[in-house]
Design a binder for this molecule. Structure first.
Ligand code: SF4
Ligand code: FES
Length: 248
């Protein structure tokens, strides 16, 4: 395949960026999207140009690093996958592909396609954990009965990889699907109930502090989420938040 790429280039967080056009040729349909980007970068390096900076780590849909907005969609045109799992067979010879960073006030661009998602880390630090006090009398976690449905839902919520596609997709740049998933994964389990009220209040407070928008129930986040995190998690977070607020 021969392709035209229109890519967001931005030197650093302070410099204004712009779309720049590149051509790549002989791209195999079996390549992953990131392998195609590697081909472009090798081409740029050989001609003495600066390669395109983009985030990636595992390249197998686990780490959540590969944040790219491809042809107007977070993680590109396929469903239930991350950018690193996107294959070039989703495109055809002669296509023009636009590639931009995930855009949101709380995800400032560091360089080219790399954005700063440390706002997610700070939300996690505000409550995305459980405290385990090992006094010597700690109960074996396996001895605590948990309903199958609750365990399954907690597991589903825990599959969120913190990629930020939900934020990039949302017209309000809301992080509620991410935070909803993180709150839910603990709220559904007895081990997470101990600090549940404090957790939801602190995580939501941090989310607001970071400048994410509110949820207006559009549902675009659920569609673009590579892990299929359900809107049900936002509803659960709202219920948790309301009951924690009423407890005062
Ligand atoms: S909820 Fe989905 S889209 Fe949002 S950060 Fe988690 S995995 Fe990514
Ligand atoms: S590089 Fe890890 S999820 Fe894509």
């Amino acid at each position: 395949m021969n392709l035209t790429l229109k890519i967001w280039r931005q030197k650093d967080s302070k410099t204004k960026g712009q779309m720049v056009e590149y051509k790549v040729s002989d791209i195999s349909e079996h390549m992953s999207f990131l392998e195609m980007m590697d081909v472009l970068n090798e081409q740029l390096i050989s001609s003495g140009d600066e390669p395109v900076a983009f985030d990636h780590d595992c390249r197998e849909g686990i780490c959540g690093m590969c944040s790219m907005f491809i042809n107007g969609e977070a993680h590109g045109p396929d469903r239930g996958i991350t950018t690193c799992q996107l294959h070039m067979r989703m495109f055809k010879d002669g296509d023009t592909i636009t590639i931009e960073p995930f855009r949101a006030k709380a995800f400032p661009v560091i360089k080219d396609l790399v954005v700063d998602r440390s706002s997610f880390e700070r939300i996690q630090q505000a409550g995305g954990y459980i405290s385990v006090n090992t006094s010597g009398n700690t109960q074996d976690a396996n001895a605590i009965p948990i309903a199958k449905e609750a365990a399954d839902k907690a597991m589903d919520a825990a599959t969120c990889i913190g990629c930020g596609a939900c934020v990039a997709t949302c017209k309000n740049s809301s992080a509620m699907l991410f935070v909803g998933a993180k709150v839910s994964q603990y709220a559904l389990l007895p081990q997470g109930r101990v600090e549940a009220a404090e957790r939801v209040l602190n995580m939501v407070e941090q989310m607001d502090k970071e400048g994410f928008g509110n949820c207006t129930n559009t549902g675009a986040c659920e569609i673009e989420c590579p892990k299929g995190i359900s809107l049900e998690n936002i509803a659960r977070m709202n219920r948790e938040y309301l009951s924690a607020s009423l407890k005062g």
